[in-house]
Ligand binder design. Structure first.
Ligand SMILES: [Zn+2]
Length: 478
């Protein structure tokens, strides 16, 4: 196995990865702001962190991974107020949609999901600590962080602070580097809006304090990995560092890992360009969850991902190729005698797969290792040169691959059905198996008219049958 290397935004370098406590990884991911359905750009980041956590687990690390749900922020408060409902009522729909989307994309659940609104006390305590250490000041009922006092401000995003006016403030949670200013830790209540009555006064938390408080509460003062999209590096993560390190005097995060942007057909995704997609938009068009996961995972996370519909089709064929190969291994019978060359070939593929992922999660390299092997093994099978003795090792390699990529199981139809897509189309597995068995029986008694009728009926309902050389039948959904 190879040494794991990751790119750390803080150092700007690729570094060997070693957690603080051997064998145990503490990881924090900025979760969604649940004011709308998350889009495929968001899911690019969530698939990246899923690949990371699955790979770390594959390599034997015990993981404590926390993801937050930002269920209070300016937009949520504004929308909930406009709709005349409580924050919880407003966000719950999007929280449940996010959980369902993650499940559909085979994104593993982190060890802890935490909601900002359930941790207001922790945020207040952290603000009090910052007040005690004089990193804050009050203005018109809000509490601001004094960035001039934190000497390391800017170390993550490398911003130039020379032109910044001391004491100038910004009230929005999201702003550009050019408007770096003292930011709000606690916001004064506005008339008619939701607020909390607390020891530091009435109001609501700023977005940045949420993550600092929750990360340290669940994972401790210094955590191993913090992930997020690159657009969060400034100001969100920069501010997380300023808050946490000022309060504890200790390094907050040892490895900062950021996923690059996603473009759609070469352009920035935006509602006005009509190229803005949620997962559900794509499922409604008939694309499979496994194809989408594969497309999002196949480009290494630090490269910009250009999402195209051609690419999504290719991803679907790639998944299909792997599933077909897995089916061949399962269903075909190969000559018995051993053959050392193929065993070595499988070991080499496994080593290359590990080398790819160890190299800062180079998913493209890892996938190349898999597809090179599958191509060669398929050729060997066609020539009658693949041996039964190699099946187990090949299956184990595919299983290892799938522990990270999670696309082999043919459960797209089920997943889509669970989300309410294609519910009336297509028969279930049990019905298909029954019809396949009936067709087999018809073939046995040489009733080919009946056997063809069943084949055509299944085809009409989207099920393809494939008769194998040894007389068995494979089926798959179109
Ligand atoms: Zn965050």
């Amino acid at each position: 196995m190879h040494e794991i290397q990751v790119h750390n935004t803080l150092s700007g370098k690729v570094e060997p990865f070693a957690p603080l406590k051997p064998g145990v990884v503490q990881m924090y991911t900025c979760g969604p702001t649940v004011y709308d359905y998350a889009h495929i750009g968001n899911y690019r980041t969530f698939v990246f962190q899923d690949i990371l956590r699955r790979f770390l687990k594959l390599r034997g690390f015990q993981l404590t991974h926390v993801m937050n749900l930002t269920d209070v922020d300016d937009r949520i408060i504004a929308n909930a107020t406009a709709a005349g409902v409580s924050l919880r009522d407003y966000t719950e729909k999007y929280v449940q949609a996010f959980f369902a989307d993650c499940k559909t994309l085979s994104i593993e659940s982190p060890e802890h999901w935490i909601r900002a609104t359930e941790n207001i006390d922790t945020m207040v305590e952290l603000i009090q600590e910052l007040q005690k250490k004089t990193y804050t000041y009050n203005s018109e009922g809000s509490i601001y962080y004094r960035i001039a006092k934190f000497k390391d401000y800017g170390k993550l995003s490398k911003i130039d602070l020379s032109g910044i006016q001391v004491g100038a403030r910004v009230d929005n949670d999201r702003y550009e580097k050019e408007s770096a200013r003292d930011f709000a830790l606690w916001k004064a209540p506005k008339p008619g809006e939701h607020f909390w009555e607390t020891a530091i006064g009435p109001g609501r938390p700023g977005w940045h304090i949420e993550c600092s408080a929750m990360a340290m509460k669940f994972l401790g003062e210094t955590i191993d990995i913090h992930t997020g999209g690159i657009d969060l590096a400034f100001p969100h993560h920069e501010n997380e560092i300023a808050q946490s390190e000022a309060a504890t005097g200790k390094p907050f995060v040892r490895y900062w890992m950021h996923a690059e942007h996603l473009l759609v057909e070469g352009e920035k995704m935006s509602k006005s360009l009509g190229n803005f997609f949620t997962l559900r938009d794509l499922f409604a068009k008939g694309y499979k969850p496994s194809a989408l996961r594969f497309a999002l995972a196949s480009v290494p996370y630090r490269r910009q991902l250009n999402f195209t519909f051609d690419g999504l089709q290719q991803a679907a064929s790639s998944v299909e190729r792997l599933r077909n190969f897995a089916a061949r291994l399962k269903n075909e019978r190969f000559p018995a005698e051993k053959q050392a060359a193929m065993a070595e070939r499988i070991a080499k593929a496994a080593a290359n797969f590990d080398a790819g992922l160890s190299d800062d999660l180079n998913t493209a390299q890892a996938l190349a290792a898999v597809f090179d092997f599958v191509r060669e093994a398929n050729i060997a099978m066609d020539k009658g040169e693949f041996r039964q003795g190699e099946v187990k090792a090949a299956q184990e390699f595919l299983a290892t691959f799938d522990k990270v990529f999670a696309v082999l199981e043919d459960n797209d139809a089920e997943k889509l059905k669970a989300l309410g897509y294609g519910a009336s189309e297509g028969p279930g597995d049990a019905e298909i198996e029954k019809l396949v068995a009936e067709r087999q029986a018809a073939r046995k008694r040489k009733d080919f008219a009946e056997s063809d009728r069943i084949r055509n009926e299944l085809l009409k309902r989207g099920i393809l049958l494939e008769d194998t050389k040894d007389g068995s039948v494979r089926w798959k959904r179109k």
